[in-house]
Design a binder for this molecule. Structure first.
Ligand code: ADP
Ligand code: MG
Length: 704
């Protein structure tokens, strides 16, 4: 970057003509804008075509539009028992009128405008008691029926706050500031998107795009500029992720297992418990290919609940153990770890392979035995929880880590396990039953390879999903009773949003008592997050082994638990659960050959729109990916992913749901660029943008 151009963009806004100390302060406190550079990156929310004036008679409720008319008399009306006052006026043209209203901070309106004055009014009118009302409109005075020059074309609308308006920072002022900034700088800036990329993907150059964004001559031009900036936003993240993937592969080495080894062959030929699905075979092949390379595998398996991810992980383990290396499988809960240990022991013991189980609750003496065997290499396979990556754990030759429900672990925790392999990196396999829509996955998992198991094992009967209210309680109990009589088992789930919410805990406990008295001939268990982990384990064990027929609990039974004999799931207050969560819960049943039921109980009436949409989606779809897409649309990426740990930065202008096509293009462009020049030596501007971007979003930037 040229020194002079850097300097001008770092100029404090107070020096821009039309700002001054008071406005500079408000720009800083309200919007965080301090320099010319930050101002130019403040994007309009939308555009209005000034030429398209809507006659007041054709105004539509809730639709933002440009109106033109004269102001009626101003009236100050006391409200809230005289404690406050609002300002009311009207806007009228030849055919019709609407009410204008300001609820607060309206002194400046009265100072600036007078009755009878002709204005342009911009805003979103709504009907209030049959009167069309426009609150806090943007007003532009017309002199002799003419607008100031700069409004004759397109009108960019900025996201403004009342505080900004109070100091005269309305859209009109922003337009003037941008004109002044343009006069000073010509919006000349170095472009982070390389010219070759711009040409191939038909993107406006940065300076041109900035002008089209802030001082557009047509709506089309402004849209083209917005496209470019959406592309840029995706492009920066994708370059970052793809470089990370590239450097993980090139900077670290892993043992290459070019032969599948004797164990896999023996297992496949003699002990395979069921034929694999095509999807399982495909994913195993992908894993095999990765394991044959001298670079660490970094593969995520996404598969709906019950799609059979565990045996796929076993195949990976067989290759690695068959080649003389160790495998560590980590799960987020002790219940899950134990379940995996049982499966792995069942599958591996005929092959003469021992499996260690390492939990927080493992007694010290036993723990020590396992640790010794891991360090000496005597133990080839260990399964456990967080205990697996603690300081005192040493592996002889860790060749593969498998992380189940990987999103339950933080980046650091996963890395702590990987660092147990020296001097190379282990291969990594991540499993998740929470499918993430493909395009979101490109951003969240942009640096891993994704395999998808999109097929359920044969013979599964789809879970019958019902939504019922309290009025149907008898019918629900009857269904439950008839399943119990057939020897099946059931889950009854209560919401427990926060582990500390006492009232919810009480509901679970009362529910438990109620079930016990309603079904006195059956054994009822209870499990919730407030119990000690030993008790939880015990309750889960009693249910899995068939000692208890009904398990009353909270979402602690949500993840991965496999009890094929359970055929009924009843979720109380289903309206209080998220969509993906309900789908996960539903996955607890329908895991065997019996027909199963998921019954979502809701209160009588008064369901929120969102709750209805969620329940309808569940009734309609059984496919986790479909559900995930709907959930993403309903909640937006932030809530959908739930944690800040997901590593997904917020997008300023791009929308990960709406702009999927742009994302795909940006991803492709980033792949092409990194393949051609991974160090970005040829693209210093992109490099410096990336550095700033990584810093801003606390992402790790890899350097060659
Ligand atoms: P998830 O993907 O939810 O972790 P699991 O690996 O627990 O699913 O598998 C669910 C159930 O399906 C297990 O009981 C497992 O043994 C069984 N299973 C897996 N693959 C197959 C298959 N190809 N044919 C029949 N049953 C299978
Ligand atoms: Mg599982």
């Amino acid at each position: 970057m040229k020194a002079s151009s850097t300097d001008i963009w770092q100029t404090p806004l107070v020096y821009l003509k039309g700002v001054g100390p008071r406005r500079a302060e408000v720009l800083r406190t309200e919007l965080g804008l301090e320099t010319y550079e930050s101002l130019i990156e403040y994007f309009p929310r939308r555009y209005l075509d000034y030429a398209q004036i809507t006659p007041i008679a054709q105004a539509r409720s809730e639709q933002e539009a440009v109106f033109r008319g004269k102001l009626g008399p101003f009236q100050v009306r006391p409200v809230a028992g005289g404690k406050r006052a609002i300002l009311v006026s009207t806007l009228y043209d030849a055919q019709a009128w609407m009410e204008l209203v300001w609820y607060q901070n309206w002194e400046w309106v009265r100072q600036k405008f007078t009755a009878g004055q002709e204005v342009i009014a911009i805003g979103r009118p709504v009907y209030k008691k049959r009167t069309l009302q426009l609150a806090h409109p943007e007003l532009i005075p017309l002199s002799a029926g003419k607008a100031p020059e700069q409004f004759l074309k397109v009108y960019p609308v900025y996201p403004l706050t009342e505080k900004l308006r109070q100091v005269g920072l309305d859209n009109k002022r922003f337009h003037m500031l941008f004109e002044e900034l343009y006069r000073l700088t010509g919006f000349e800036r170095e472009d982070p998107i390389p010219e070759s990329v711009r040409e191939k993907y038909d993107l406006l150059p940065l300076s041109q795009a900035l002008r089209a964004l802030h001082l557009p001559t047509s709506v089309e031009e402004a849209e083209k500029a917005r496209y470019r900036f959406k592309f840029q936003e995706f492009f920066l993240l994708q370059v970052l992720l793809i470089r990370r993937k590239y450097f993980l592969k090139t900077q670290y080495s892993a043992p290459a297992f070019t032969q599948v080894g004797p164990l896999l062959t023996e297992f496949y030929e003699k002990h395979l418990p069921f034929p694999l699905t095509e999807a399982q075979k495909r994913v195993i092949k992908e894993i095999r290919r990765d394991l044959g390379l001298p670079t660490p595998m970094n593969r995520l398996i996404q598969g709906d609940v019950g799609s059979g991810k565990t045996i796929v992980a076993l195949f990976a383990a067989l290759i690695v153990i068959g080649n003389g290396y160790q495998v560590a499988l980590m799960a987020p809960t002790e219940v899950l770890a134990e379940q995996h240990a049982r499966s792995f022991r069942k599958w591996l013991s005929p092959l003469g392979i021992g499996v260690g189980l390492l939990l927080g609750s493992t007694p010290p003496a036993q723990k020590k035995r396992i640790l010794d065997k891991l360090a000496s290499g005597e133990l080839a396979c260990v399964i456990g929880t967080h205990a697996l990556f603690q300081k005192n754990v040493q592996y002889h030759r860790l060749g593969l880590t498998i992380i189940d429900e990987q999103h339950k672990f933080g980046v650091r925790q996963r890395a702590a396990l990987w660092e147990k392999a020296h001097p190379y990196r282990p291969h990594n396999l991540l499993l998740t039953a929470t499918p993430i829509p493909r395009t979101l996955a490109l951003s969240v998992y942009g640096d891993v390879d994704v395999s998808i198991i999109d097929e359920l094992p044969p013979g599964r009967q789809p879970v019958k999903t019902l939504v019922r209210t309290e009025a149907h309680r008898r019918e629900v109990w009857n269904l439950l009773r008839s399943e119990l009589e057939k020897g099946r088992q059931a889950y009854i789930i209560y919401p427990l949003v926060e582990e500390s919410e006492k009232s919810d805990l009480k509901a679970v406990e009362e529910g438990y008592e109620q079930i016990r008295s309603t079904f006195p001939n059956y054994t009822v268990g209870m499990v919730h997050g407030r119990m000690s982990s030993e008790r939880k384990e015990r309750e889960m064990y009693l249910f899995k082994s068939g000692h208890t027929q009904i398990l009353v609990g909270t979402t602690v039974v949500e993840v991965g638990v496999d009890v094929p004999n359970a055929t009924v799931l009843i979720v109380e207050h289903a309206d209080r659960f998220g969509l993906s969560q309900l789908h996960q819960l539903r996955g607890r049943v329908g895991r065997g050959q019996y027909p199963s039921y998921a019954i979502f109980m809701v209160p009588n009436g008064n369901l929120s729109e969102a709750a209805i949409t969620r329940l309808q989606a569940l009734v309609q779809y059984n496919d986790g990916f479909r559900i995930a897409e709907i959930d993403l649309k309903l909640r937006g990426p932030g809530d959908f992913l739930g944690t800040k740990q997901s590593g997904l930065p917020e997008f300023k202008i791009a929308d990960i749901v709406e702009d999927q096509a742009i994302l795909r293009q940006a991803r492709q462009a980033a792949e092409e660029l990194v393949a051609q020049d991974p160090s970005l030596a040829l693209y210093p501007t992109l490099r410096s943008y990336l550095t700033a971007y990584a810093e801003k979003h606390s992402l790790e930037l890899f350097t060659a």
